[in-house]
Design a protein around this ligand. Structure first.
Ligand code: SAM
Length: 311
């Protein structure tokens, strides 16, 4: 279905929990409790309703989606829905080693792994836990499990882990993985944080050996490669290169509200009529149609933690 600006909305991101086992300062500093999480059945009903509106691609996120004991049931229920062509999951990978094979079997097509440092101390300082080796084991397990794609997403924070960029890029040289740098957004209690953003242009200047990949792929990332690289290096630039006019996504929060735009507080509460197909359908139409035009991160807005929304 199209929104009022004519953007085709075909991508649904579902936050399955607010809970997370890491505590990344730029994400959300408060530990979230297990509250009002959608059940597998509710997630299935909601996704079916969205599939009828043309949603083809689903990503499970959170919080940390692997904190849900029933994550494989959730994946299976979604993958069996008519119209859903691709199912992905975004995880910090600390619990992925033991779950990668089950997730693949449940129909997950690809994994995005969030990893901001390859130095053990830096990882601990950023996440609050000493679990770099578990995250890496999760990454290797994912690579060995035969997913269509395994990608790394990294957020650099100036003065903290910007020195990790080169090591992170080397993962794309050594493994069949895309490493993508996402510009820091104004979530959590850091305020507008403009001075902490490491912009895409700055990284391209720092790594002149990266050359643009010719074929353009759907999605927010622009890809580069270098000689001898097995994977690509991607840049997602919500601060320096807004891509709202091409946005094709809507979100469901872990308590069942629809959130049509990451950078706007507008939500639609639909949980009470999840079982009423007609009402649900009308509310989804309303939420998609009224998707905000764009975020306004540049205006100094600051949002609650991304862990509470679903990154
Ligand atoms: N726990 C899962 C994970 O780590 O991938 C999924 C949820 S996490 C909120 C999803 C992504 O949001 C992570 O890649 C994280 O780096 C990113 N993120 C969190 N806060 C952010 C911020 N302020 N700016 C940009 N990305 C952020």
């Amino acid at each position: 279905m199209k929104d009022k600006l004519g953007r085709e909305i075909n991508y649904l991101r579902i936050s399955v929990t607010k809970r997370c086992n890491l505590n990344c300062s730029y994400c959300g500093s408060k530990k979230a409790a297990r509250e009002k999480e959608l059940t597998v059945e509710e997630i299935k009903l909601l996704t079916e309703a969205f599939a009828e509106k043309g949603i083809k691609k689903v990503r499970l996120t959170g919080g940390e989606p692997l904190m849900r004991e029933d994550i494989t049931e959730i994946a299976q229920a979604i993958k069996n829905i008519h119209g859903i062509e691709a199912l992905y999951i975004t995880t910090n990978a600390t619990e992925l080693e033991k779950k990668a094979a089950q997730l693949k079997k449940s129909g997950v097509d690809g994994i995005n792994i969030s990893l901001d440092a390859l130095d053990r101390e830096m990882y601990r300082a950023l996440t609050g836990v000493d679990r770099l080796s578990d995250a890496l084991k999760g990454f290797y397990a994912a690579l060995g499990t035969g997913f269509q794609r395994v990608r790394i997403n990294s957020v650099l924070v100036r003065g903290k882990n910007d020195g990790e960029a080169e090591k992170l890029i080397s993962l794309a040289r050594d493994y069949k993985t895309d490493v993508r740098f996402i510009e820091l957004m104004p979530f959590s209690s850091q305020g507008e944080n403009r001075e902490l953003v490491v912009k895409t242009a700055e990284l391209l200047e720092r790594f002149p050996f990266l050359t643009p990949v010719e074929e353009v792929e759907e999605g927010a990332a622009k890809y580069y490669t270098a000689e001898g690289f097995r994977g690509r290096v991607g840049f997602i630039s919500p601060r320096s290169g807004k891509f709202c006019s091409e946005c094709n996504r809507v979100r469901i929060l872990s308590d069942g509200r629809i959130k049509p735009c990451l950078g706007n507080e507008l939500t639609y509460d639909i949980r009470e009529f999840i079982e009423d197909k007609k009402l649900l359908s009308a509310k989804i139409d309303e939420a998609i149609f009224n998707k905000p035009v764009s975020h306004h991160f540049e205006d100094g807005e600051n949002f609650r933690g991304l862990n509470l929304i679903g990154g």
